[in-house]
Design a binder for this molecule. Structure first.
Ligand code: BV8
Length: 244
């Protein structure tokens, strides 16, 4: 694996920014967004379910999908790819981790200050911004109700067509523009505005690399592209970084 060029850039970097997608959790057994879903969810396309329209049309169905994902993720464990990023963060002066994932596996691996670009699977929230939900509502399998306004609670994730949380958006864009190395790991780079971060980094002069067994259309424009799994490449990067 031709890591030398990337390793040189990483060793010299003052600020490394990493964007992860569903692919970094694939080796933990969490299906990626574009893999066919298993079991009874096989008939559903996540792109259809992860929308406010789907929720308003059938909140009970959407909640059943999210509860199924919560159970699946709760049984999953962080993998060597997640853990390598925890260690890499300790080897560079400044490290920003932005994830599109909502599974919380980076935090469970030990990463801190994770920017959750698309929210978190395990948070409940109300459509009414001002309603504060400070503990999970017991909904006995139905659609949980907001204790503040009596409306339907929803999972604390960003659906298609919804704005990225302002702090996450601003902090991620600033990190992409400031970093010396940008690593795009386990993402199909199809979902915007997350997929635009690599371009911001590149246009700001950063070294950009991708790790994905199925190279994306952006890979050709990157400085480095490793057609391999995150659980293989990231521990190897960490090993080589630790040798010096
Ligand atoms: C918004 C939370 C505007 C929910 C998710 C241009 C600009 C702006 C917006 C748009 C635009 N064009 C289109 C849009 C609209 C839309 C969009 O991008 N649509 C796509 C489908 C074209 N974007 C939005 O709606 C966004 N909002 O722009 O709002 C706005 C502004 C103001 C006011 C109102 C509105 C919001 C998008 C957020 C959607 N929510 N998740 C939930 O999870 O239930 S996105 C969802 O897709 C997941 O978070 C997932 O992470 C994300 C991206 O997918 P990936 O992570 O890349 O996963 P995927 O399965 O695609 O790929 C996995 C990759 O891993 C593969 O390439 C595979 O090869 C690789 N892999 C597999 N195994 C491994 C591996 N890699 C490494 N190692 C392995 N072992």
């Amino acid at each position: 694996m031709p890591l030398d060029g990337l390793l040189t850039a990483l060793r010299e970097a003052q600020h490394v920014c990493v964007l992860t997608g569903a692919g970094i959790s694939a080796e933990s057994g969490v299906p990626t967004f574009r893999e066919a879903q298993s079991g009874l969810w096989e008939q559903y396309d996540p792109l259809d379910l992860a929308t406010p329209e789907a929720f308003l049309r059938d909140p009970d169905l959407v909640w059943r999908w999210y509860r199924w994902r919560r159970e699946l993720v709760a049984k999953a464990e962080p993998n060597p790819g997640h853990r390598a990023l925890v260690s890499l963060a300790k080897l560079v002066p400044r490290f920003t981790l932005v994830t599109q994932n909502v599974d919380g596996l980076h935090q469970r691996a030990g990463s801190s200050d994770v920017i959750e670009f698309h929210g978190n699977l395990f948070a409940d929230r109300c459509f009414v911004e001002s309603c504060i939900i400070d503990e999970e509502q017991d909904s006995a399998g139905g659609v949980p109700v907001c204790p503040g306004c009596g409306g339907h609670l929803r999972p604390g994730v960003v659906w298609f067509g919804e704005a990225i949380p302002e702090r996450a958006l601003n902090d991620s864009f600033a990190a992409a523009a400031d970093c010396d190395v940008f690593l795009s790991i386990g993402t199909s780079s199809l979902v915007y505005p997350a997929a635009g971060l690599a371009e911001i980094a590149r246009n700001s002069g950063a070294t950009v690399a991708e790790v994905n067994p199925d190279p994306t259309e952006h890979a050709a424009g990157f400085d480095h592209a490793f057609a391999a799994k995150a659980g293989t490449v990231l521990p190897e990067i960490l090993k080589r970084m630790s040798e010096t």
